[in-house]
Design a protein. Structure first.
Length: 289
């Protein structure tokens, strides 16, 4: 089952993705579960599953995709988690590299990704996103995958010239991380480490790897993260990007307004976004009095 969050006729909702559109779960279950995160928190995926045979009632052309989880309590990101990426950046630390994203740094499938006005090194990173379904602390590696609700695609846009000894400033510009198009539930992905992962920039494949190449696997990451913070339903773990990023190409290859960036993960989905320049802040548009 594939689940998406979206806006339809000005109303935020969520639903089951079918070939010809979406079954509107917000209309059917919204009184109990206002959004996809609430559905996960109530452990109510089975209620959605019972509606999977219904006919889609909203066409894709009539909705705007939101980030799969548009209000996660936590977005935890893993850096340097593929062998080729570690080589590119000459990284040798054996511990997982972690940083955070804020919810307002995300955008949905087919929505614009904003190139930060103060960056000339806006880089692409295609990644597998893990959505937590069952929370907890000190989750064992053996039990970790039972805490996963599903998986999605993520384009972890990075302002490289704002990443210094710490990644936060380079990763949290508004609408720089694309998340979607939807979540594929974990029952359809028995092994998250057998998935082709690819990124295209303007139709040119720039990343091509397999999630089997992850240094720290999904279960290990959940174990590690839940040691120091409590995970809750709807939390998102972004598991790292393969090699081939623009920063380490010769010459470097960065995203600019008008570019199309796409991330595809086997059996999960195909995320596509166009880059636009971030608008100037409102106060700078106001004439001085």
């Amino acid at each position: 089952m594939k689940l998406a969050s979206f806006v339809h006729q000005g109303i935020r909702s969520y639903g089951i993705v079918k070939a010809d559109g979406v079954i509107n779960l917000g209309q059917r279950l919204g009184d109990q579960y206002g959004d996809l995160k609430s559905l996960l928190a109530a452990n109510a995926l089975h209620e959605a599953q019972q509606l999977d045979g219904e006919t889609a009632d909203i066409r894709f052309d009539d909705l705007q995709f939101l980030p799969v989880i548009d209000n996660p309590a936590k977005i935890l990101c893993v850096g340097m988690n593929y062998a080729e990426k570690r080589k590119e950046f000459d990284q040798h630390n054996p511990a997982p590299t972690l940083f955070v994203r804020f919810a307002d740094s995300q955008t949905g499938h087919n929505a614009p990704v904003l190139k930060p006005r103060h960056s000339s090194e806006f880089d692409y990173e295609g990644e597998l996103a893990v959505i937590i379904g069952k929370g907890g602390e000190n989750i064992s590696r053996e039990a970790a995958l039972s805490h996963v609700a599903g998986y999605s695609c993520y384009m972890d846009g990075s302002a490289r010239d704002w990443q210094h000894t710490w990644f936060t400033a380079g990763k949290n510009w508004r609408q720089t991380g694309a998340f979607g198009p939807w979540m594929t539930t974990a029952d359809e992905i028995p092994d998250p480490h057998q998935l082709a992962i690819r990124t295209w920039l303007n139709g040119r494949m720039v990343q091509d790897d397999n999630t089997a190449s992850m240094i720290h696997k999904v279960a290990e990451l959940i174990e590690y993260i839940s040691t120091f913070t409590s995970l809750t339903p709807g939390d998102v773990i972004i598991t790292g990007s393969p090699g081939g990023v623009g920063k380490k190409r010769n010459p470097p290859l960065f995203m600019k307004a008008g570019d199309r960036i796409e991330v595809e993960i086997e059996n999960i989905g195909h995320l596509s976004n166009v880059i636009i320049d971030a608008p100037a802040p409102a106060h700078s548009l106001t004439a001085a009095h």
